[in-house]
Design a binder for this molecule. Sequence first.
Ligand SMILES: *[C@@H]1O[C@H](CO)[C@@H](O)[C@H](O)[C@H]1NC(C)=O
Ligand SMILES: *[C@@H]1O[C@H](CO)[C@@H](O)[C@H](O)[C@H]1NC(C)=O
Ligand SMILES: *[C@@H]1O[C@H](CO)[C@@H](O)[C@H](O)[C@H]1NC(C)=O
Ligand SMILES: *[C@@H]1O[C@H](CO)[C@@H](O)[C@H](O)[C@H]1NC(C)=O
Ligand SMILES: *[C@@H]1O[C@H](CO)[C@@H](O)[C@H](O)[C@H]1NC(C)=O
Length: 187
Amino acid sequence: MKAFLLYCLIIATVSTFSYGGILSSVEDYFWRDYTGILPNDALPGGIDSNGSTTYIAQISIPSLWDPTRSTVDVLPAILQAGAIIVYAPYNATVVYRSASNSSVKILCSSNPRDYQWYSTTEMLSPFHKYVIVGYEASSPLYAGRAVIHNETVTGKIFANDRDAGLIVAHNGTQTHQYSYKVLTYAP
Ligand SMILES: *[C@@H]1O[C@H](CO)[C@@H](O)[C@H](O)[C@H]1NC(C)=O
Ligand SMILES: *[C@@H]1O[C@H](CO)[C@@H](O)[C@H](O)[C@H]1NC(C)=O
Ligand SMILES: *[C@@H]1O[C@H](CO)[C@@H](O)[C@H](O)[C@H]1NC(C)=O
Ligand SMILES: *[C@@H]1O[C@H](CO)[C@@H](O)[C@H](O)[C@H]1NC(C)=O
Ligand SMILES: *[C@@H]1O[C@H](CO)[C@@H](O)[C@H](O)[C@H]1NC(C)=O
């Protein structure tokens, strides 16, 4: 009887533990449809030249990298508050999409305090994960941001090509930045 009770206690402890573990490993960021109205749980991304907060949008475009397969690239884009047009760096140029006639999503979270921008030289604690904001040429894309003049510009980092740095759309052109921070998530 004692052995049986002990067995029950162990099972109960193990299931509570793994249940908690499963819950806490679920990312709490998500993408809402953006139609021109800013959701109040949108995660702030950068700062534009007017000093206004920008957000991280997501757009999908037919992949240029492998036109033989019907794949899409999913890109993080810059969304200025209230704007209907978002833009992203892609294939050495800047692509624009309008929320009035294509699908634009916006990065949101119910726990904004769990998100931090880390410099690439800082040690990342094991609890922090990079936030995946898209896929391009079959590589996950992380979100990064760099300070350019008086702006904080968000862009993308190829998970499988970190040497390319942070790729941003700025002043209508694509540029690579090598001093930047990466968006992390720690539950
Ligand atoms: C800054 O504000 C001006 C005036 O409201 C506007 O015309 C311009 O597009 C804004 N620029 C940016 C980068 O948001
Ligand atoms: C940022 O710099 C631009 C160009 O120098 C200037 O027009 C703008 O007013 C500045 N914005 C802020 C918020 O200081
Ligand atoms: C990028 O665009 C150029 C045209 O500007 C095109 O020739 C090239 O094939 C494109 N790159 C890829 C990987 O599709
Ligand atoms: C979508 O809207 C934008 C801005 O109004 C326009 O420039 C673009 O041509 C439109 N695209 C399509 C496919 O209608
Ligand atoms: C932005 O681009 C224009 C040309 O497209 C250029 O004349 C201007 O100097 C650029 N501004 C900055 C701040 O790079």
